[in-house]
Ligand binder design. Structure first.
Ligand code: SDX
Length: 389
């Protein structure tokens, strides 16, 4: 069959599942979404068109694309009673804790009437999640800073709308910034899906039990939160701030190489990519473009990141272990330039990855599937009797 990739038997035995959504060739730094290279999608598409592609398997016609964009606009509001969920959190709660709770709670509002066997109803659920995640994410931020929730607007693009809910205030008209909106949309595209990463595998395992899609997406959000996964973008910015000056870079490189030191270079390394993460290349270019357009090309953290990357890529420890910058290394600098606080970085990763999680869940429940049941190598005690008196 044209385009079918062949695998060696050793790889096949480790594969968790079959999927037609995303293909990664880690040795050659290749990432395809339904066959389209991520570099081309980042250059020519927009996030909602990529959502359509991941969900349906083909790029939409102009008419289908317009209908999809319009449909998403009609689902951006939350049930007004959901405001209460935010109120139950402390103001200083991490936004990921709030997002995890509120998305799981969507089950209570929308799942009752859904027939998982119906492709049409699964698509409606996809529309709801794609549309509502920006509202939920922005309201997590507004709640944390004590500002009123800003409602979605139908006259703005998906990314403009997210930024207006993040930074708009009732006292004045929000004027979208096309540079920031374009950068935001590229961030959304670059994080949309990534094969069987930890959070997507979590969603598939939860879905394999028949759990509802909202609960499955909430489990993906929880898995993404860890600093080794989606939390890395926040950790990169914290690391660059801690380095503070280019003169300190060598000290941190030495820490990252020290086996007795748990510190790792955040934003470096990947379980699959043993070459450049293609997303990191686009992210680095976007970071330079956005910061230059905003007059921030001399941002000290950008300089530290660029110097750190150069030094690490020439260091034998990193070269030998094939450690390259990953998707998280530059994304935080773009988000910071847009004005987004580090506490919201992983929330934005979750917003973007929702379509990937849902597409994998949808792909699984659309076919024959069985409950996942990983096994283990037991390393505990031999069988023994309970001591009788
Ligand atoms: C994401 O799976 C996905 O697709 C995830 C993701 C997605 O889109 O969903 O791409 C998103 O999670 C990107 C990764 C973000 N995380 C980070 O940037 C955190 C820093 N990176 C590391 O924690 C690490 O590289 C991982 C977790 C990403 C990968 O870990 P692995 O595959 O388990 O690698 P490993 O621990 O086997 O490392 C191999 C060697 C080890 O040294 P030795 O024991 O061989 O001497 O490389 C070293 C590691 O100590 N190493 C690092 C390092 N990453 C690996 N040393 C210093 N700094 C690092 N960042």
């Amino acid at each position: 069959q044209e385009g079918v990739f062949t695998y060696d038997p050793g790889f096949v035995s480790t594969a968790a599942c079959e999927s037609a959504i995303t293909y990664i060739d880690g040795a050659n730094g290749v990432l395809l979404h339904r066959g389209y290279p991520i570099e081309q999608l980042a250059e020519h598409s927009d996030y909602l068109e990529v959502c359509y592609l991941l969900l349906h398997g083909e790029l939409p016609s102009a008419e289908e694309n317009q209908k999809f964009h319009d449909t998403i606009k009609n689902h951006t509001m939350l049930h007004d009673q959901m405001r209460n969920f935010f109120q139950g959190f402390r103001r200083d709660a991490h936004p990921m804790a709030i997002m995890c709770g509120v998305v799981g709670a969507l089950s209570a509002f929308y799942h009752g009437e859904m027939d998982v066997a119906s492709q049409e109803q699964r698509e409606i659920t996809a529309h709801r999640l794609i549309a509502k995640m920006p509202t939920i994410a922005a309201w997590c931020y507004k709640y944390a800073i004590g500002q009123p929730f800003i409602y979605p607007r139908n006259d703005l693009s998906y990314s403009e709308n997210f930024l207006q809910m993040m930074f708009g205030v009732p006292c004045e008209e929000y004027k979208p910034n096309p540079i920031l909106a374009k950068a935001m949309d590229k961030i959304f595209i670059l994080h949309a899906d990534h094969e069987q990463n930890a959070s997507t595998s979590t969603v598939r395992l939860a879905g394999s039990t028949g759990a509802n899609p909202y609960a499955c997406i909430a489990s993906g959000i929880a898995a993404l939160w860890g600093p080794a996964h989606g939390g890395a973008n926040e950790a990169v910015l914290d690391m660059l701030a801690e380095i503070g000056d280019e003169s300190n870079i060598e000290k941190f490189i030495a820490k990252a190489k020290d086996k007795d030191d748990p510190f790792r270079l955040m934003g470096f390394g990947h379980r699959v990519y043993k070459n450049f993460d293609p997303r990191a290349k686009v992210m680095a270019e976007t970071a330079h473009e956005v910061l230059t357009e905003l007059g921030l090309e001399n941002d000290p953290l950008l300089k530290i990141a660029q110097r750190l990357e150069k030094i690490a890529l020439e260091d034998e420890y990193f070269v030998k272990r094939k450690l390259y910058p990953n998707v998280d290394f530059y994304s935080g600098l773009i988000l910071k330039a847009i004005g987004i606080p580090t506490s919201m970085f992983t929330v934005i990763f979750a917003l973007s990855r929702t379509i990937g999680w849902f597409s994998h869940w949808n792909e699984m429940v659309s076919g024959d599937y069985r409950i996942g049941r990983p096994r283990q190598l037991y390393t505990g005690s031999d069988s023994r009797d309970y001591p009788t008196k």
